[in-house]
Write a new protein. Sequence first.
Lengths: 266, 256
Amino acid sequence: MRIAAQPEYAGSASLRRIAGYGPAIVLLVTLVLLWELAVRASQISPRLLPSPFSIVQALFDNWDVISGHTLQTLLETVIGLGIATLLGLTLAVLLDLSPWIRRAVYPLLVISQTIPIIALAPLLVIWFGYDLAPKVIVVTLYCFFPIAVACADGLLGTDTDLLRLMQSMRASRWQILWLVRLPGAMPSFFSGLRIAATYSVTGAIVGEYVAAYRGLGLYMEEAAHSFAVVLVFAAVLVTAVLSLLLFGFVSLLERIALPWYQGAQR
Amino acid sequence: MDTDKLRLEGVTRVFRERRRTLDVLTPIDLTVAQGEFVTIIGPSGCGKSTLFNIIAGVDEPSAGRVAIDGDATTRRAGKSGYMPQQPLLLPWRTVEENVLLGLDVRHVPRKQALEQARELLKRFGLAEFAHNYPGTLSGGMRQRVALLRTVLFNASFLLLDEPFGALDALTRLSLQNWLLDLWQALHASVLFITHDVREAILLSERIYVLSARPAHILRVAEVDLPRPRLQEHLAWEQAIGLERELVALLMKEQGI
């Protein structure tokens, strides 16, 4: 007797995935065109509101300067996001150790998110100087929370029947965590990480805005002070692209790490 | 040497929630001899799964004695292969990795565990699915994989909790035959839960009929059919007689 496994439509799935972005691209292009037309048709000074075309033009013209700042920001972001990931995972496992720890620590985590980080950033500069550290800390503060919460929820969502099965096999608490609960929490972890990745660049820029030698935040601030609006927009454009790239990178990582999850999502 | 695989003596279970107490099991005596296939049937919600949890060592009885291989004192967890109603396969593990889960728990080296899993899959006709993820398998296949996982963890004593309950009738028939082959090949002792009287008659040596909650044993029926069992045996006179009797008993108990 044969029972056929369902065939996998891997090829057409990735096509469908790309096609799924179609509406977003159409909307984006439409908005940019409208913006371009509005600026050209109206009497608004390009010094106040530059057209999309001139922004891209300015970006290319200043790329040798902007690229250095971009690399700095990217470095801070990636380090901060990495630390936030480790911290988030550790906190999630810690919260999971006992209901008591959860009840004690969870509120503190929520409170940590109510602190306006823009107010904290100058203090970080006072404590840690102009270098990498304060920016990395700001990124970490922005990013660890969604990771920790998503992962903790994922750990909590383990099927109780599955836990009972593991207990009947005499699995230790750590074996259950390692073999069943952590892998099962990975989809939640990755959705937290994706949210964190979108926040992360903004975090680095907030940190740089306050005090820095280099970085897109510093560049934006200096451009704004010299009324070079088009350069502010150019830096914003780079920020958006960076965030999208990080988001895409996390999604790619997820596809590689969780090949089984693609089929289950249907 | 000839101790029973499982012996329950006066096992009860009372759940206490705040001030209310709920009797789930009133004294239950039950035995499974070495290599015997024993089935428990009873109305829904009568406490069959609670009984299984106790035998599997996941829950403790409020009173009474549970002995596996004559041993009532050491921890029971790990002494049986427990298979819950849902297959509960891990979606991130391939079929062969799912099958060897129990060996991972026992710290068996991966290479050796894989060898055993592959051999078992081959022996019971699932070799071609070894590298599939469970998400790509049909319900019947998942249940087979779950059963092999149970077997690889402990082949001598299987606790199967309604393993075919969620399957369609045809798949169910083929899995029943598959289970009979497997049981015969492994000389396992099996305790099986089902709602299905025909399934119970087809598979078992002995059938325990449980009452509605609080569960006690209404009747113990020996199944007088030859081995190896075939679906045709269900049309034999003694099988039909037993089926009629057990169905009547269960319907009365369910209050229909």
